[in-house]
Design a binder for this molecule. Structure first.
Ligand code: PLP
Length: 368
């Protein structure tokens, strides 16, 4: 039986791309080219490459908001977003989600927006687009600035055909592991119309280990897959985590001063140009199950390890949750989702996933 839990490593690359990349020379020009591409694709005025998605988001927030401003944040999210908001010295206001798409609705926004709120981060959770027309008219009515967080949704289209990242004042991209563009780390800010505060682009050189990691990432993906046939893929990936080759994505530290590596830029460019799923499929498909622990155990028994599903707390991972002081009372759906959700990344082939979906089907929650 084949073990499935490591398939995500460098899933976004074709096999020949993976190997070839490792032997290419890193060029400064790759960074410039990525910046130019992002500006063309998203129609921005300034692109800034960053160490990771949260640093990019923090830079965006600093550019458009002032210290102490409140900002509306999806109530089902990653600790990275909270960190970015805090790094920009803003106050997050968590908004409850709808269980249909894991996004906040216009009604939910209305409930919590007061006059100190100056902006909205639109996240398009797991690649499910928000009802952007409604959010836009709400933002306009209240004079709020929309920021698009593309970590889950690069390449996704809204119902009216516009691409995520082209609507708000600015967009932040993450190139972190398992995100819609996955080069293992890195991120970018795309700023559009006049912003309030000047921000400094990161200047510090990436560490040698960052270069190496991004250089070898796709090849390690190939090795992992090969080893999976002899049941050693899991051992290999655990080893990579242990020696910090693969950082657990939640632990990728926010750093506004460090640039990404040239290799990350090259990989990001490769992926974003070839984004397979423009408007097609979300990043992950989600289901609600009655007893998640049992469901996951049964999945593990047949070789599927979905330990890294999004999210096990309204602001995940669990080990940082207490820091957030999440308003559970006001975000009941988010709490429900965090207790019952399982989700699976879309890099699986349908055929490979079928046995897992049968298990999930048996446990599906009736009431939702
Ligand atoms: C992962 C993530 C980010 C940024 O991630 P980095 O790990 O800092 O690249 C931003 N927003 C959301 C919703 C995410 O899940």
């Amino acid at each position: 039986m084949r073990r499935h839990y490591f398939l995500g490593l460098a899933a976004g690359f074709a096999r020949d791309e993976r190997i070839a990349h490792t032997f290419k020379i890193g060029r400064k020009e790759d960074l410039k080219e990525l910046e130019r591409y992002l500006l063309r694709r998203y129609g921005g005025e300034k692109a800034i490459l960053a160490k990771n998605g949260r640093s990019a988001l923090a830079l965006v927030l600093k550019a458009y908001f002032d210290k102490g401003d409140k900002i509306l944040v999806n109530g089902f999210t990653c600790y990275a977003v909270y960190e970015a908001v805090k790094a920009a010295k803003l106050e997050p206001v968590f908004v409850d989600i709808s269980l249909d798409d894991l996004n906040f609705s216009e009604e939910a926004l209305k409930k919590v927006a007061d006059e100190k709120v100056k902006g909205i981060i639109v996240q398009n959770t797991l690649g499910n687009p928000v009802d952007i027309a409604k959010i836009e008219s709400f933002a306009e009515e209240r004079g709020l600035i929309i920021i698009e967080d593309l970590a889950h949704c690069a390449g996704v289209r809204y119902a009216d055909g516009r691409e995520a990242g082209t609507v708000g004042a600015a967009a932040a991209l993450s190139f972190g592991k398992d995100k819609s563009i996955d080069t293992i780390s890195g991120g970018a800010a795309v700023l559009r119309y006049p912003y309030k505060n000047l921000i400094e682009a990161p200047k510090l050189r990436p560490k040698l280990s960052d270069h190496l990691r991004a250089r070898l990432y796709p090849t390690f993906g190939v090795m992992c897959r090969a080893l999976s046939y002899v049941h050693l893929g899991g051992v290999f990936i655990r080893l990579l985590v242990k020696v910090h080759w693969v950082e657990k994505s939640a632990d990728n530290e926010l750093d506004l001063r460090r640039r990404p590596s040239k290799f990350e830029a090259r990989l990001a460019l490769m992926q974003i140009k070839g984004l397979r799923r423009v408007g097609e499929r979300p990043l992950r498909d989600f289901y609600f199950v009655d007893d998640r622990k049992r469901t996951l155990e049964e999945l593990a028994r047949i070789g599927y390890y979905f330990g890294g599903f999004w999210y096990e707390k309204p602001v995940s991972p669990e080990r940082y949750y207490d820091k957030v002081h999440f308003p559970e009372k006001d975000c009941k759906n988010a709490v429900y989702a965090s207790e019952h959700i399982v989700n699976v990344p879309n890099y699986y082939k349908k055929k490979d996933l079928a046995p897992a979906l049968r298990v999930i089907e048996e446990h599906k929650e009736e009431t939702v």
